[in-house]
Design a binder for this molecule. Sequence first.
Ligand code: PSU
Ligand code: MN
Length: 316
Amino acid sequence: MSVEPPSTGRHATDSPLRLSPEVADALATGAPVVALESTLLAHGLPRPDNRAAADDVEAAVRAGGAVPATVAVLDGVPHVGLTAEQVDRVCHDPDLAKLGVRDLPVAAALGLSGATTVSSTALLAAAAGIGVFATGGLGGVHRQSAETFDESADLTALSRTSLAVVCAGVKSILDVPATLERMESLSVTVIGYRTRTFPGFYVADSGSPVEWSVDSPEQAAAVVAARRELAPGAVVVANPLPADEQLDAALHDRVIADALAAAEAAGVRGKAVTPFVLDHLHRASGGATLAVNVRLVLRNAELAGRIAAALAGQAR
Ligand code: PSU
Ligand code: MN
């Protein structure tokens, strides 16, 4: 990766990444590691519930058989693997920035702190040598993007970053068919996990098909390994919620229409859109979207752990 060196202090030849001892040790010995993003903690889930979720997600990665590596930028330094105190900071600081790839050099140069999105987490994780990453839902093409040009930087980042991203599809506040078209244009590999329909984040089925499907962590790992041999770029492993755990469909459609209208009325723009809409959904659904959001992240984290273990040849 290329992060601008600061004008004083560190030398440009120093690695700009700080790995936790556990993550450094796992990578050095070839043990499975799963990267986790911090924007979903800091900006996607409300305080204080986000703090327990952070621990639960790390525990789910361990249950799957891998070492969790939560990523965030603290005082200008990208950290891969956080201490409990560092997770506290990420979850409790209301002023923490939201950092995509383009924001990383500014944070590094000015010594700022921020949570990393899918785009920047993928970049930093790949730079650390981590092959698997778990999140909730990817960013993508927003509805009305023809007027707003609002398309998440997650998509272009995944087109050039070599790792697997386990997610429950893209957030259903987005234009899902348009996002799938963009992932095709960007040559991002997309596979359904035990499904031929692309998941819809809060709901199991987005209504769009997915062409390829795998049935096991070992098969997913084989696709990831084959992609690595062939060309840079990500493999999206789309892992749907079971039907009996999804959000009620009528509630889903109502609260999403409501949240998008509220964002429009409030004139929210840029990177504030996704956190605004998610927060509105959590309130409007009486916490139902929050519970489903946490559940799907935990499922993705555990599956990512299994895929990482399979990639490391330690499937169990
Ligand atoms: N998944 C979740 N909650 C979130 C996100 C993903 O369950 O809050 C975050 C991710 O960090 C993703 C970001 O990269 O939303 C997308 O933001 P934007 O639409 O501004 O690119
Ligand atoms: Mn955007």
